[in-house]
Design a protein around this ligand. Structure first.
Ligand SMILES: C[S@@+](CC[C@H](N)C(=O)[O-])C[C@H]1O[C@@H](n2cnc3c(N)ncnc32)[C@H](O)[C@@H]1O
Length: 199
């Protein structure tokens, strides 16, 4: 399943953007307290890097993954302009094998405005250190003002059904104008015992 479009579609979308980095996700800025114990963060489906650049600037070591080469090139250029170094990896995260080969261990993963396939969550959790954070933010409902985002692109509670050894620290539904969003924060348990429970 493609989120809004395939890599060619996203390349074109990023190519047509002005050469300006968008501000970071406001919800992520508000949630920084959840990342206090984190050092290394994976920004999954990072786009052209508004959140990667922001997190790097405030001191995190960020690893940025996306399947759009145009997005990653823009990210690298924005980072360079700020004198920052961000490791990037061109990866189609629909390809679960490719993600499991990332050979990464991070303290947190952020997924902003992307719907991860539910089968990927058990792999993602192996990339997170015990006690680490999985932060997922996206549309709760397809917005009326953007036909590119469809019902199938919206986050659902059962997306996380296969997530084990995690507790839901927080789940929040919120609105920005007429647009409805939802944000989940999961914490990987220190010891591997219990199944994930949606609160
Ligand atoms: C709405 S943008 C969000 C970008 C970024 N997270 C942000 O908050 O600005 C969705 C991103 O998902 C990426 N994407 C979509 N499908 C993907 C896939 N299968 N593998 C990797 N990245 C993907 C797109 O290239 C795009 O950068």
């Amino acid at each position: 399943m493609n989120y809004m479009g395939n890599a060619v579609w996203w390349d074109e979308r990023f190519r047509s953007r002005e050469n300006v980095l968008m501000p970071p996700e406001a919800k992520l800025e508000l949630d920084l307290k959840y990342f206090e114990e984190s050092h290394k963060i994976l920004d999954l489906a990072c786009g052209d890097g508004r959140n990667s650049v922001y997190l790097t600037k405030i001191g995190y070591k960020v690893y940025a993954v996306d399947f759009s080469i145009v997005a990653l090139n823009r990210l690298k250029s924005f980072a360079r302009n700020e004198g920052l170094e961000i490791k990037t990896k061109l990866t189609d995260i629909n390809d679960i094998d490719e993600v499991s080969k990332l050979e990464l261990k991070v303290d947190a993963i952020v997924v902003n405005h992307y719907r991860v396939a539910r089968e990927l969550y058990p792999v993602l959790i192996t990339l997170i250190n015990n006690g680490g954070i999985l932060w997922v933010n996206g549309f709760e409902e397809a917005p009326a003002d953007n036909p590119n985002i469809r019902e199938r692109d919206t986050l659902q509670d059962n997306d996380f059904e296969l997530l084990k050894n995690c507790i839901l620290l927080d789940k929040e539904k919120y609105k920005v104008g007429e647009r409805k969003f939802i944000r989940y924060i999961w914490k990987k348990k220190e010891c591997n015992q219990q199944k994930a429970v949606i609160g």
